[in-house]
Design a protein around this ligand. Sequence first.
Ligand code: HEM
Length: 159
Amino acid sequence: MLDGAIVARGLHVLGVVLWIGGVAFVTTVLLPAVARMKDPEDRVAFFEEIERAFAWQARGTTLLVGLSGFYLVGIWDLWDRFAQVSYFWMHAMVAVWAVFTVMLFVAEPLFLHRWFLTRSKRDPEGTFRLIQRMHRILLAVSLLTVIAAVAGTHGGFLG
Ligand code: HEM
């Protein structure tokens, strides 16, 4: 029978695939392509322009992952997991989600977008490198979290 938890779990994983898959595409395909195709002075503005469309997809999928995740915690009453070290992967999921939520909903619209553009006028190469480094770090942490969450969900850390 199809119940709320199965639907929520499906939507949770679907959201993760679209969101982290998008981050992987931006990090491993789009950013290197921009570096090859554009002069250093034009890279940041060009990248920000293209990434704007993905930012909306990322906001939607972040919301979906958060809502479905907390729904599962609520209906299965998993809150006590947050007090146990063996469920560190639950903390990791919420931490990754919180970092992206702050970046996408607060930092980027309020100041990050403008800060990158201003900084890139002063130091185009350094600013583009910073953007690349931030994407690589976020992607690596997200992928490790996916591995830990799948292993944890299937009993991998319970000894
Ligand atoms: C508010 C943030 C989040 C909450 C509350 C949350 C909650 C949950 C819960 C309750 C489960 C099911 C655990 C179980 O069956 O024992 C789960 C599974 C999972 N979550 Fe999250 N999650 C969140 C964010 C994330 C993020 C950011 C990622 C990826 C980076 C992620 C990836 C996964 C994966 C891969 C599974 C395993 C699915 C499976 O194998 O069935 N979650 N999450």
